[in-house]
Every structure is written in structure tokens, then in C-alpha cells.
Design a protein around this ligand. Structure first.
Ligand SMILES: Cc1ncc(COP(=O)(O)O)c(C=O)c1O
Length: 436
């Protein structure tokens, strides 16, 4: 007779503790739709994938329906007569988006999607000349950014393999140190036209030192831009004070504005109204007051709105407005404080689970060097297979990044301590201990 399989070792951290922490620190989950669990013993999913797609705020549906009603009732007159007239609609998003990223309203606009904005900003801010042609990115940059900068190099007739510099962590390390970036800039800065990095890295969850790297890049004469897809709504930002040249971010992750939602763009005040900058233009690039004069030559305003091109998709703007209202109500400072508590708790539980299992947390341990996400590298098996088992056997939704990383993001607006506990319990039950 075969010996029975031993029961998988359980998490020793008590479930009660998670429940108590939630009672004392409930967050704003009640304002969101939480998907039902696809497996396991709880009715709702433990949703840890808000770094990929944020959950739907309850308020979004009514907002969208009101915009549809306005179109039905008013037709074209909605441009001026809708409850929120469509012509200046984007202006409603400007101030809350500016507050979120620490920018002046004149520096902030919501438009297009993220990679499109990065391209439009690079049209202005990637101007290779003489020896200064290089673009510095992280080796673990999101592929879209990598493709974008390579295509920008080609657009300027340059060889992307020579032009794009991919900074790698030191051997044996998983994340970049600030000195790895500033050291490169100090050594090679006169060759660098553009530094374009992720504020929070999509794979490792590392939060880079945005002000220090921006200062180092600018000191050597480079332009410094940031992809803030994983930073906006996740960590406090002060783009204006940090002297960032430009930035862009999406709204479908931490900003909960729906799949493919509109993106944000920031251009520092010092560049606004600069007639020497190249920009691609359309009728939304010209001053609003003269837009309908139908003149052949544009008169762009001295704001980042000069980077707009087309009239915006109104049905995509309502969800962003609703979401930004929520950020204004709760405030990034309070969210960051709760985020530190949630992620610190998840880290403590993962310490127990990873000990003795082929799992390693890649994200820096210093809370100042990360947002809410913790990334786990698995030493055996496929990350996609693990994510599938977590979902179907435990109702835990996380996402896999091939070949070997599973990412868990306790989002301070709606994630709970119990969600974190469920992640750790599910990993403990799913990933076998290695013999010691
Ligand atoms: C860091 C980062 N940059 C760029 C993108 C691409 O965004 P979009 O499809 O909105 O251009 C993503 C998408 O997840 C991302 O995570």
C-alpha cells in the first residue's frame, strides 16, 4: 500500500489576524465591483491584479449611461449643451490629473493611450544631434517602450542596436540601483539624448528614485522622461518640483478607468510655449478660442494642450473623471499610508511562504523603493500555470509574466488584508516545499 500524500503545509499566520486588520483599516472596497471567485472557498476573488487592470468603480456605470443619454437626447448639440459639454470636456480632467502627479494644470493633459503619448512626446524631446544620440532605458522596460524607442531611433535614421542602451542590474541582483543609472550618466552623459525609464518597473515593482535620476540626467544635458504606468495612483509623485521633462501614464491600472482607458501626459512648464520644439499637430492643438475659425495655420497654446491632436473620445473620459474624483476624495497620502501597511503585511506572509519553497521576492525590501506590487520569481514550473492554479483552486487573481514571475498588487483603494492572507495561503498550498 502506498503511503498517503502528506497534507500540504499550511500557513501559520492566522486568518483571524487578517480579518482584524481589515476591520480596523477597511479601505474603499465598497466603492468597487469585485469579481466573483472562480474557485476556492470564498465568494469573492482575492483580486491582486490591479497593476494590470484596476477594478470597476460602482460610479462608472451611471457616468457612462449619463453620457450616452446626453448623446441620445441632444445629438450634436451635446458639444455645448450636455450636462458636461463635450467640447471642453477634457478640461474637467486636467486639475485632478495634475494633483495626482504633482503637476501644474498647464503641464497636464489626458489624451490618447500611453505609448501614443510617449511617441508624441519623443517627437518633441528626442532630438538626436552629433554625438548625443543615445536613449537610455531599463533592460526590463515594458516591451512597448522598448519597441517605441527603437522605432524612434530608426525614424531618425539611427541603428537601434547602437542607439538604445539597456541598463541591467548588477550580476546577482534583480533591480537597478540608483547609482547604476546615475553612474552610467556620469560616465557617458555626453552621448545621451534621452533617458526614458519606468517610475515603477512593471516586472519587479521597483520604484526608481525619480528626482535623483532626473537631476542626474538633466545635469549631463539629457532630457529625462518617465513612463508612469505603474506609478500613477500607486505612489505620490511631484513631477513639477522634480523637474521632470516629460512623462506619460495610463489610467487602466491603478486609476481604475477601464480597459484601454485614456492616458495622461505631462510636459514641464519650462518647455511650454517653446516655438523651437517640434510637435505633431491637429485641430485640438490650437487654442480653443480659435479652433472654429477654420484658419489654415494653428495657434497652439502655451500649455501641454498643444500636444493634443484630435477631439477626444467622450465616453472614455467619464470613467477617468469618476476615478480621479475618488483619488481627490481619498488623497494619495492616505492611500500611500494604507499601501505601505498592506504590502508590508503581504511581505511578512510571503517571508513565511517563500522560506523552504522555490520562490523569491524580487521587489526591493525597502518600502521607499517600491509601490504596492510584490513580484515573486518561481524557481520551478511555469508562472502562467501557477497563476492559473491560484485562480481556479483558490480564487486568487494575480498575473504571470513569462517565463517565471507572478505579480501580486494589493491596491490600497480596494484590496484587503484578507486578500493578502489568501495569496499566501494559496501559495503555501500550491507550491511544494523543497527538501531541506
Ligand atoms: C510600463 C508600461 N508601459 C507601457 C504600456 C503600454 O500601454 P498602452 O497600451 O496604453 O500604450 C504598459 C501596459 O501595460 C505598461 O505597463
Amino acid at each position: 500500500m502506498n503511503a498517503p500524500h502528506p497534507a500540504p503545509p499550511r500557513l501559520t499566520a492566522p486568518e483571524d489576524e487578517a480579518r482584524r486588520l481589515d476591520a480596523a483599516d477597511p479601505g474603499h472596497r465598497h466603492l468597487f465591483h469585485v469579481p466573483p471567485a472562480d474557485g476556492g472557498r470564498y465568494p469573492e476573488a482575492a483580486y491582486l491584479a490591479g497593476n494590470s487592470l484596476g477594478l470597476q468603480p460602482l460610479a462608472t456605470r451611471d457616468e457612462l449611461l449619463a453620457d450616452l443619454d446626453a448623446w441620445g437626447r441632444l445629438g450634436v448639440e451635446g458639444h455645448l449643451e450636455a450636462r458636461r459639454p463635450w467640447l471642453p470636456y477634457h478640461e474637467l480632467l486636467t486639475e485632478p490629473a495634475a494633483r495626482l502627479v504633482g503637476a501644474l494644470p498647464a503641464e497636464t493633459v489626458v489624451m490618447n493611450s500611453l505609448t501614443v503619448n510617449l511617441h508624441l512626446l519623443m517627437v518633441s524631446f528626442y532630438r538626436p544631434a552629433g554625438r548625443r544620440t543615445r536613449i537610455v532605458i531599463e533592460d526590463s522596460a515594458f516591451p512597448s517602450d522598448s519597441y517605441a524607442v527603437r522605432s524612434q531611433a530608426r525614424f531618425h535614421g539611427l541603428d537601434p542596436d547602437e542607439t538604445v542602451v539597456r541598463l541591467r542590474p548588477r550580476p546577482g541582483e534583480d533591480t537597478l540601483r540608483t547609482e547604476d543609472v546615475t553612474g552610467y550618466l556620469a560616465a557617458e552623459g555626453d552621448r545621451v539624448a534621452l533617458v526614458l525609464l519606468g517610475g515603477v518597473n512593471y516586472l519587479t515593482g521597483e520604484l526608481l528614485d525619480v528626482p535623483a535620476i532626473t537631476a542626474a540626467g538633466r545635469a549631463v544635458g539629457a532630457i529625462v522622461g518617465w513612463d508612469l504606468a505603474h506609478a500613477a495612483g500607486n505612489v505620490p509623485l511631484r513631477l513639477h518640483d522634480w523637474d521632470v521633462d516629460f512623462a506619460a501614464w495610463c489610467s487602466y491600472k491603478y486609476l481604475n478607468s477601464g480597459p484601454g482607458a485614456l492616458a495622461g501626459a505631462f510636459v514641464h512648464e519650462r518647455h511650454l510655449g517653446d516655438p523651437t520644439l517640434q510637435r505633431f499637430e491637429g485641430w485640438w492643438s490650437t487654442e480653443a478660442a480659435t479652433r472654429f475659425e477654420m484658419t489654415p495655420v494653428s495657434r497652439p497654446p502655451a500649455t501641454v494642450e498643444a500636444w493634443q491632436i484630435s477631439n477626444p473620445p467622450i465616453f472614455s473620459m467619464g470613467p477617468v473623471r469618476t476615478s480621479l474624483e475618488l483619488f481627490d476624495t481619498v488623497g494619495m497620502t492616505a492611500l500611500r499610508e494604507r499601501s505601505l501597511r498592506l504590502t508590508g503585511y503581504l511581505e511578512r506572509l510571503l517571508d513565511e511562504v517563500t522560506a523552504g519553497r522555490p520562490l523569491t521576492v524580487l521587489t526591493p525590501r525597502d518600502p521607499a523603493r517600491r509601490g504596492c506590487q510584490l513580484s515573486v520569481r518561481i524557481g520551478a514550473g511555469s508562472a502562467a500555470e501557477l497563476a492559473k492554479r491560484l485562480r481556479h483552486e483558490h480564487g486568487v487573481i494575480a498575473d504571470a509574466r513569462e517565463p517565471d514571475v507572478v505579480r501580486f498588487a494589493p491596491v490600497p483603494l480596494y484590496s484587503t488584508f484578507h486578500d493578502c492572507w489568501r495569496v499566501a495561503e494559496a501559495l503555501a498550498a500550491t507550491v511544494a516545499e523543497v527538501a531541506r
